[in-house]
Ligand binder design. Structure first.
Ligand SMILES: [Zn+2]
Length: 383
C-alpha cells in the first residue's frame, strides 16, 4: 500500500496532466491480471475503469481521482518525493487523494480474488479532472459506467477514518449585474455609479441571515451552516468617468434540506436597498456553476456498512459528516441518484492540508483504510 502510494505521488498529475499516472494505473491493473479500459476525457488523461464480476449483476463502484492541484509555494519536502518521516508520508496528493486511490486499487484486487462479492460486481474507476469541475466522473456517468450500480464509494477521506461523509453542501454561483449611468468623473451627480451601488449590495449580502442545519455537522465536525462568498467585483475603467457597470460574482454554499432557490430572497434584498442603479441577478447553470447538496440517508445499507466497518477497524464509531466544498459525490448523487459516500485515509484539524503545502498523511492509516473498504463492501454484499 505504501509503495503503491509512493509510486503514484512520484508521478506528477496536476489536473489536465493525468496521462502518465493513467498509464501507470492501467499498467498495474493489467499486471494484476485485469483487463482495464481507458475512457477518453477531453483535455485530460483518460479515466481507467476495471470491472470484476457478472456484467448483469448490481455493482459497487469504487471511485478515486488521479489528479492533484498545482504545486503551491511553501513546500519544505519535495512535493513529488514521497518521503516518509516520523510515520508521515509527504507529497502532493498524499491526502487528495493518491493514498485513497491506492487503497481502492488494492481493495478491488483483493475483492476480485475472494468470494466476498456473492454474485455482485465491483467496478474500479480512476478519474482525471476532479479538480477541474469533476470532468472525469461526469464522463463516466455519461458513458454509462454507473449503470447497474447500487452504491458508490469515493475514496477521499475528508476527516480520515473517523468520519464518513454521507452528505455534501451544494454551490450556487450567481452574478449581480449592476447597471448605472456614465457621466464625467468630475460631475458624479450627473451619473449613477454602479461601483458604489455594487458596494452597498456587497455589504448587505454580508449581513444576510444564512441558515444553519439541524443535526448535521461539517467535516471539520462543526455545526453545518450555509455560507455566501463574494468571489469578485469588476467595474469601472481608467478614464475619468462614473462607472456604468459593475459585476459581482458570488457563490452560495447550500445545505442538504435547505433552500436551494435563493432568488426570491436576493430580489427582496435588492429592493430593500432602493439603489439608484438597475440590478439583474443571473444564476449560472453550466457544469461547475451549480451543485446540488445531497444527503445519503444514515439508514442506507452503504452508510451503515461503512460506519460498522470503521468502528470495527478503528475501535471508534465514526461521525457522519457533511462535506463543505463541492466534489465528485455531488455529481454522482445528482446525476445518478445512487447512494454515495466519501471515506478514506485522511487527517483532521491542522493536519488536513488539502490544497496546502506540506500535504502529508499518517501511514498507519493506509492498511486500516484497505481493511475498512474491504469490510464495507463485504457487509454491503451480505445485506
Ligand atoms: Zn480530492
Amino acid at each position: 500500500m505504501l509503495t503503491l502510494s509512493q509510486e503514484m505521488i512520484r508521478i506528477p498529475s496536476v489536473y489536465t496532466h493525468e496521462a502518465e499516472i493513467a498509464d501507470f494505473v492501467y499498467g498495474r491493473l493489467s499486471d494484476w491480471g485485469f483487463e482495464p479500459r481507458k475512457v477518453p476525457v477531453p483535455d485530460h488523461g483518460p479515466c481507467i475503469v476495471a470491472e470484476h464480476g457478472d456484467p448483469a449483476s448490481p455493482s459497487v463502484v469504487l471511485n478515486g481521482h488521479m489528479d492533484t492541484v498545482e504545486v503551491m509555494s511553501g513546500w519544505k519536502h519535495d512535493p513529488f518525493g514521497a518521503e516518509v518521516e516520523d510515520g508521515m508520508l509527504y507529497g502532493l496528493g498524499a491526502l487528495d487523494m493518491k493514498c485513497g486511490l491506492a487503497a481502492l486499487m488494492m481493495t478491488f484486487r483483493t475483492l476480485a480474488g475472494s468470494d466476498a462479492l456473492r454474485g455482485r460486481r465491483v467496478v474500479f474507476q480512476a478519474v482525471p479532472g476532479e479538480e477541474d469541475l469533476g470532468i472525469g466522473t461526469r464522463t463516466l456517468i455519461r458513458e454509462g459506467v454507473f449503470r447497474n450500480a447500487e452504491a458508490v464509494i469515493i475514496g477521499e477521506g475528508f476527516g480520515g477514518l473517523h468520519v464518513v461523509t454521507n452528505a455534501r453542501r451544494g454551490g450556487s454561483y450567481y452574478d449581480f449585474h449592476v447597471l448605472g449611468q456614465s457621466a464625467h468623473g468630475a460631475t458624479p451627480h450627473m451619473g449613477k455609479n454602479a461601483a458604489v451601488d455594487a458596494s452597498r449590495l456587497v455589504c448587505a449580502l454580508e449581513q444576510m441571515n444564512l441558515s444553519e442545519s439541524e443535526g448535521l455537522f461539517s467535516d471539520a465536525l462543526e455545526p453545518l451552516k450555509e455560507t455566501q462568498t463574494v468571489l469578485s467585483i469588476h467595474g469601472g475603467g481608467i478614464s475619468l468617468s462614473v462607472p456604468d457597470r459593475c459585476v459581482v460574482n458570488i457563490v452560495r454554499c447550500t445545505i442538504p434540506g435547505g433552500r436551494i432557490d435563493i432568488l426570491p430572497e436576493l430580489e427582496a434584498l435588492v429592493s430593500r436597498l432602493s439603489l439608484e442603479c438597475e440590478v439583474d441577478i443571473e444564476f449560472k447553470d453550466e457544469p461547475g456553476d451549480f451543485y446540488k447538496p445531497y444527503l445519503t440517508d444514515a439508514e442506507e445499507p452503504l452508510v451503515r456498512s461503512a460506519v460498522d466497518s470503521l468502528t470495527e477497524v478503528t475501535g471508534t464509531k465514526p461521525t457522519l459528516a457533511c462535506g463543505v466544498s463541492e466534489a465528485d459525490d455531488n455529481i454522482v448523487a445528482e446525476e445518478t441518484g445512487l447512494p454515495v459516500i466519501c471515506m478514506g485515509p485522511g487527517e483532521t484539524g491542522d493536519m488536513a492540508r488539502h490544497h496546502r503545502p506540506e500535504e502529508a498523511i499518517t501511514i498507519s492509516q493506509l492498511p486500516a483504510a484497505l481493511e475498512a473498504y474491504l469490510s464495507t463492501v463485504r457487509r454491503l454484499c451480505e445485506a
